[in-house]
Design a binder for this molecule. Structure first.
Ligand SMILES: *[C@@H]1O[C@H](CO)[C@@H](O)[C@H](O)[C@H]1NC(C)=O
Ligand SMILES: *[C@@H]1O[C@H](CO)[C@@H](O)[C@H](O)[C@H]1NC(C)=O
Ligand SMILES: *[C@@H]1O[C@H](CO)[C@@H](O)[C@H](O)[C@H]1NC(C)=O
Ligand SMILES: *[C@@H]1O[C@H](CO)[C@@H](O)[C@H](O)[C@H]1NC(C)=O
Ligand SMILES: *[C@@H]1O[C@H](CO)[C@@H](O)[C@H](O)[C@H]1NC(C)=O
Ligand SMILES: *[C@@H]1O[C@H](CO)[C@@H](O)[C@H](O)[C@H]1NC(C)=O
Ligand SMILES: *[C@@H]1O[C@H](CO)[C@@H](O)[C@H](O)[C@H]1NC(C)=O
Ligand SMILES: *[C@@H]1O[C@H](CO)[C@@H](O)[C@H](O)[C@H]1NC(C)=O
Length: 484
């Protein structure tokens, strides 16, 4: 009995130590599939191993497949170039199936690097990818690479099925893929919507696509997947910043203080919260300007935007107040990080909003000083994530944008109207000529001539009326479409 007790105690002790190791090491996803497609051997990348997909025939179901390889090395900012030496070419509709043990949000990362293999030029491949009922990409072509596409889905199924469908007379390919479960609180169930009317929107049943993941203030250096607890790549903000003469980059990673009960380190690592782009207002205590980052997006979609903040620049609390904007709309006035982080200087904070991009292919994110109090003007941003939200057609592809339907509708209406009017004119002319011929036959009867002219007028009038009716119907339809 004693021995058993001791063994149990020992086991508990060992497991708690293991648990501690797990916690300090970071997040360990329940579902974690890493596949190096078309590779005959497993490929280590940092501390992870991507397995060869030919060893596990349960995962892939395909009518015809070719394992392709290249010696060409891609120019990559990460250490993952080994993944791009092989690809799986899929000739025909193919499926990758993964058993899912933990329901909830998962990431799906698709790695593409086109190269030429025998008769296959992967740059010419054109295909669609879908997951369950969501369309991720349509008629997709990768001209150059490497390119990583990242999606997140809230899975309620016991299997995840990733379907590749080549366009006609083409084929599909994939170099590597990742499927992993996410911490439950990483992606919110919903967020405040910024627009003409403020509202709240639930996104838990939507698919998301990562459009941008940016680390501010890191001077042209990315935070690589190896240095992120969830293997994310954070690119530098330099290329997105407009008027960068207004900006100052500051790095102070030691000042980041992840507190118990506060923002978890997997939300974004200290390498992201520890660098900041701030307004360069040192020379001018009356400076009033915004820092703006501009991103290219597909119009006709809603976007979930996450702002990451951490005050690593102030010497004391309650001295930094600023405004936050999205597409020139106010998100928050007089943001006071001290208040939001219980006066712990250096505690990270993040904020999610949703906005719709209607007609521009640009999304602007700005921060600017607020006029509250008598403080030195400043404004900061540490990190930013932009995620596209799947639309009513359960699609994330620009070909399925809500605007596409409308513009097609408009073109349809214009073509319809033109054809309608053209037909009306032709019919009227034919009627007029017919009537004139009849008049010629009865050239001696002046009375008949008068009658015919009036009947021709009548005919033209009725044709016009008919055209008018159909035109007004079309207009009504157009208006209805616009209201929708
Ligand atoms: C590549 O891996 C090495 C060793 O793990 C690491 O020191 C280096 O920062 C990595 N480089 C990039 C660009 O991630
Ligand atoms: C492969 O296709 C791309 C894009 O169409 C083209 O630019 C490239 O020259 C092709 N390469 C070869 C070797 O045919
Ligand atoms: C999940 O996939 C496995 C293996 O392909 C299959 O045996 C099982 O029936 C699937 N389950 C569901 C619910 O589709
Ligand atoms: C976009 O257009 C829709 C309707 O066409 C409108 O309800 C919405 O407020 C617009 N959003 C923005 C951000 O302008
Ligand atoms: C995922 O979906 C389930 C069921 O619809 C829901 O209960 C859960 O809150 C969702 N999770 C997230 C992170 O949205
Ligand atoms: C982080 O904040 C806590 C709570 O205020 C504080 O006790 C701790 O000393 C801080 N840690 C560092 C490294 O500043
Ligand atoms: C985005 O910023 C640019 C430059 O400041 C500006 O011209 C444009 O109007 C802005 N777009 C929106 C939607 O606010
Ligand atoms: C900052 O941007 C907002 C939103 O576009 C605008 O209302 C405000 O006037 C700008 N401030 C300055 C100083 O340009």
């Amino acid at each position: 009995m004693m021995i058993t007790g001791n063994v149990v105690e020992l086991l508990m002790w060992v497991s708690s130590i293991l648990c501690l190791i797990c916690v300090s090491y970071g997040f360990d996803p329940v579902d974690h599939y890493l596949i190096d497609c078309g590779s005959p051997i497993n490929t280590p990348v940092g501390d992870r191993v991507f397995v060869a997909d030919n060893s596990d025939s349960n995962t892939l179901s395909t009518p015809q497949t070719i394992s392709a390889s290249t010696t060409q090395k891609p120019i990559s900012s990460s250490n993952d170039s080994a993944l791009y030496q092989t690809a799986r070419i899929l000739d025909g509709a193919s499926r990758y199936t993964f058993p899912i043990r933990k329901p909830g949000r998962h990431w799906i990362r698709l790695h593409f690097f086109p190269f030429v293999y025998q008769n296959y030029n992967l740059s010419m491949a054109k295909f669609s990818v879908s997951v369950q009922n969501f369309i991720l990409i349509k008629e997709f072509q990768v001209e150059n690479g490497p390119q990583v596409k990242e999606y997140s889905l809230n899975l309620t199924y016991s299997n995840l099925t990733l379907t590749f469908i080549p366009s006609s007379k083409s084929f599909a390919f994939i170099n590597a893929l990742e499927v992993l479960s996410l911490p439950d609180d990483l992606i919110p169930e919903g967020a405040r919507t910024i627009g003409p009317q403020d509202s709240y929107q639930i996104v838990s049943k939507k698919a998301l696509e990562t459009v941008a993941r940016v680390n501010m203030g890191n001077n042209n250096k990315p935070v690589s997947p190896e240095n992120d607890p969830l293997w994310r790549l954070w690119v530098s903000d330099d290329t997105f910043l407009i008027h960068n003469n207004l900006a100052k980059f500051v790095s102070n990673t030691k000042a980041v203080n992840f507190t118990r009960g506060g923002v978890a380190e997997y939300i974004a690592p200290s390498s992201v919260y520890g660098t900041v782009t701030m307004l360069n207002s040192e020379a001018d205590p009356f400076m009033n300007a915004n820092l703006t980052w501009r991103f290219v997006v597909d119009p006709g979609f809603e976007y979930l935007v996450r702002y990451h903040f951490c005050d690593i620049v102030s010497g004391s609390g309650n001295t930094l107040f600023f405004n936050v904007y999205i597409n020139s709309m106010l998100v928050l006035a007089n943001l006071d990080l001290s208040k939001l982080t219980s006066n712990i200087l250096g505690a990270p904070y993040f904020m999610d909003v949703i906005t719709r991009v209607n007609d521009s292919s640009k999304l602007n994110v700005s921060v600017g000083p607020s006029n509250v109090g008598n403080h030195w003007p400043n404004a900061i941003l540490n990190g930013l994530e932009i995620m596209k939200i799947s639309n009513a057609k359960s699609s994330l592809d620009a070909l399925d944008s809500d605007l596409k339907k409308k513009s097609k509708m408009r073109v349809g209406v214009i073509v319809g109207l033109t054809i309608g009017m053209f037909t009306a004119v032709i019919v009227a002319m034919v009627l007029f000529l017919l009537c004139r011929r009849r008049t010629c036959a009865h050239i001696n009867h002046v009375n008949n001539l008068e009658n015919s002219v009036s009947s021709a007028q009548f005919s033209m009038g009725s044709v016009g009326d008919l055209a008018g009716i159909s035109m007004s119907k079309v207009f009504a339809q157009l208006v209805r479409e616009d209201v929708r």
